[in-house]
Design a protein around this ligand. Structure first.
Ligand code: NDP
Length: 249
């Protein structure tokens, strides 16, 4: 197991949803966690409820100065960086024909450029610390296509590819980089989406944020020979659809 003592973990988009579950999971395992998000009230409230090994810092992942401040304050407060979880993300709606160009760019900016910027600024610190882990939260939308969310799909495929490039570059520095690909998970992001979306999956339900948090913990603390790899938690959605064909029975 990778030692957590005296090392810190940053979770972007950690104020709610999957990020909040990841932050909570790591506080339970004894790590020091920085919740970094644009949602100041939610983030500060969560950090307070998790106790002294959690802190909230405002971070817009697209802002370089924000990143430098958060990375510096994290190491000052909690010790050298062990892991960065690039979890912050936004979902767009619109077809290729109907989506506004500004929205498409904004989704790429947050979901892809934001994660790149985090890796760009955190990697030198992980090198100096003798190694560490970066986990990029992609999606099944980084493994296949979906109609009506083209910017999101593009950003999540991009993040999957960037993960592999970073893994190849940083392996010699003992920095592992992996991507996680959740299917539909119960969070504020998916609050308006119908449960029937998951009906054709082998496991016909939405997942819970804690199920993704458990995978991220495994990747950071146990998966010491995995880098550049994709870890899927989607109820089997990308394995195929549960078609009922009478002639097959
Ligand atoms: P939520 O919307 O519930 O939480 C995401 C958090 O990230 C919010 O607090 C959000 O703030 C914040 N955020 C948005 N933009 C920025 C930014 N520029 N800088 C910092 N923080 C920001 O999302 P989920 O928990 O559902 O999703 C977390 C990650 O998991 C995302 O990357 C998402 O794409 C991915 N994912 C989610 C799935 C799901 O079914 N829920 C499935 C597959 C992948 P605000 O609300 O103000 O935007």
């Amino acid at each position: 197991m990778t030692g957590l003592l005296g090392r810190s973990i940053i979770v972007t988009g950690g104020a709610r949803g999957i990020g909040a579950a990841i932050a909570t999971e790591f506080v339970k395992t004894g790590a020091s966690v920085v919740i970094a998000d644009v949602r100041d009230d939610d983030g500060a409230q969560l950090a307070h409820s998790l106790g002294p090994s959690a802190r909230f810092h405002h971070l817009d992942v697209t802002d370089s100065d924000n990143w430098v401040r958060v990375l510096t304050e994290t190491e000052d407060e909690f010790g050298s960086l062990l892991a960065l979880v690039n979890n912050a993300g936004i979902l767009d709606f619109g077809t290729i024909e109907s989506e506004h160009p500004d929205l498409f760019r904004h989704v790429l900016d947050v979901n892809l450029f934001g994660a790149w910027l985090g890796m760009h600024l955190a990697a030198p610190r992980l090198r100096v610390a003798g190694g560490g882990v970066i986990v990029n939260i992609s999606s099944t939308a980084g493994l296949t296509g979906y109609a009506g969310i083209g910017g999101y799909v593009a950003s999540k495929w991009g993040l999957r590819g960037l993960t592999k490039a970073a893994a190849v570059e940083l392996g010699a520095a003992n920095v592992r980089v992996c991507s996680v690909h959740p299917g539909p998970i119960h969070t504020p992001m998916t609050a308006g989406l119908p449960e029937s979306m998951a009906a054709a999956q082998p496991l016909p339900r939405f997942g819970e944020p804690e199920e993704i948090a458990a995978m991220v913990r495994f990747l950071i603390t146990e998966a010491t020979f995995s880098t550049g790899s994709e870890f899927v938690a989607d109820g089997g959605a990308t394995a195929g659809q549960a078609l009922v064909l009478e002639s097959v029975e």
